[in-house]
Design a protein around this ligand. Sequence first.
Ligand code: PEP
Ligand code: MN
Length: 272
Amino acid sequence: HIVSDEYKLVSKKWKAKPTSIDLGDGVFIKDGDMAIMAGPCSIESEEQIRKVIQHLKENNIKMMRGGVFKPRSSPYAFRGLGLDGLKLWYELAQEAGIKIVTEVMQVSQIEEMYPYVDIYQVGARNTQNFNLLDELGKVDKAVMIKRGISGTIEELLQSAEYVFSGGNEKLILCERGIRTYEKASRNTLDLNAVPILKAKSHLPVVVDPSHGIGIRAYVPQMALSGVMSGADGIIYETHEIPEKAYSDGQQTLDFAQSALLADQIRKTFAMR
Ligand code: PEP
Ligand code: MN
């Protein structure tokens, strides 16, 4: 019985029980919990990875985000350390008991990345890369799909349906802001999407305030608004010296700001 011709398996009508993503070692992304994923926009060097990991450990953050394959608007911008960077990161993260969230940009990367990844991130520029989604449907590892740059909520759910219907049910949805006519912020973080996605789907929903607003000073308040909107997790960018970050420094928190935010996220969630 088809509940909706647009999407079915990811809908709450199909499965009422919320989907819980278990990354092992007691790390979950699930309804009724608050996942924190933090890290630099780009993985840059061994020293940078070590510093971020130390910061995450000091703040009991179990998931580290970071790009090794970077989708950049300009081909001349830093495009990431690639698979070698991922391998290095994996070794250090493994030692520290930290899980890895990183973007996969194309089908050929899925297999080579597989041993080193805990969550494959599908970036906003690839939300409707249906070949990529089909292939991620065959993988036995969690996938986080970001909302498309100009994507509707319905389209995000349809993209999730591609992966889910391929057999991979370890899926997370991410609201990261959409392109609107507004130019005062990088994107328009659509927090409306959170309660709507939570009502329509059994999948966990994560909010990315960093890309959502794109302005460092306002990231914390949008993160906390994301918590109050009902998100199951927050993903944000942090770097020891944001001004020196290879990408997205303008929206990246320093470690002091990140430590404060992680604490505020937990306190806000506890009040929710
Ligand atoms: C990122 O997470 O650094 C990123 C490129 O995100 P998005 O795909 O949402 O732009
Ligand atoms: Mn970024």
